[in-house]
Design a protein around this ligand. Structure first.
Ligand SMILES: N[C@@H](CCC(=O)N[C@@H](CS)C(=O)NCC(=O)O)C(=O)O
Length: 218
């Protein structure tokens, strides 16, 4: 069987790419990655073959093509049930899906004002009030999960889909110098210490291209 392929974009700027890639890693999937530069119009045609939405990440596995990050996470949970990407308990699983859904469809102000940019570090970055409201909600989500399931990850002992969904928020909080309480700061440190995260960050730092005016998450 051909190796699964995950199509992604920039490792420095691609927040959705990071989420899908980290889910594949946490699932223990042996995959190869195909990187499509986000600003290369010539790649659009090829992208349509790889992802029906023309967006990345997109996973090709055993003749199945899955696009959209949450669908990829659910698919990985089905093919790798032992990886524990979703919590085993039905109530915790519902909670996990709810906070992943919030991340997937929400926090537009935070995403717009603080686009993922792993290479950057903006000291004393001024966060505008709507983005701060998103940050406050994210912090409340993290605190509630860490308390309810005992940490060190959002749903307990091992990292899963929820941690992958919020991983680009962790990198943003560090890039934009967002002030955090000790519980959330420790959670960010834990996520950044995951071997897969270290690998992603190292690759992001090696990326040559810079995008000057980035006003939306991609
Ligand atoms: N809702 C989608 C969002 C994916 C998305 O916006 N991907 C961005 C890159 S990280 C993209 O493919 N942009 C390419 C383009 O706009 O041409 C998901 O969950 O996967």
């Amino acid at each position: 069987m051909a190796k699964p392929v995950l199509t992604i974009s920039s490792k420095n700027y691609g927040a959705w790419s990071l989420r899908g890639w980290l889910m594949c890693r946490l699932a223990g999937l042996d995959f190869s990655e195909k990187i499509i530069p986000p600003d290369d119009p010539a790649m659009k045609a090829e992208m349509l073959l790889l992802s029906s939405s023309m967006l990345v990440p997109s996973l090709q596995h055993a003749g199945v093509k899955v696009w959209d990050t949450l669908a990829i996470g659910e698919y990985l949970n089905e093919i790798k049930p032992k990886a524990g990407l979703l919590p085993a308990d039905v109530a915790a699983r519902a909670h996990c899906r709810a906070i992943c859904g919030e991340m997937h469809s929400g926090f537009a102000s935070m995403r717009g004002a603080l686009p993922m940019n792993i290479k950057a570090h903006f000291k004393n970055f001024k966060v505008w009030s709507r983005a701060q409201a998103d940050i406050d909600r994210i912090v409340a989500i993290w605190r509630e999960c860490l308390k309810a399931y005992g940490g060190p990850f959002l749903f307990g002992k091992q990292p899963g889909i929820a941690d992958a969904m919020y991983a680009p928020v962790v990198t943003r909080f560090l890039s934009y110098d967002v002030a955090l309480d000790s519980v959330c700061a420790a959670y960010c440190k834990r996520v950044m210490e995951l071997p897969a995260m270290k690998e992603w960050v190292a690759a992001a730092k090696q990326e040559p291209e810079e995008i000057d005016e980035l006003d939306a998450e991609f």
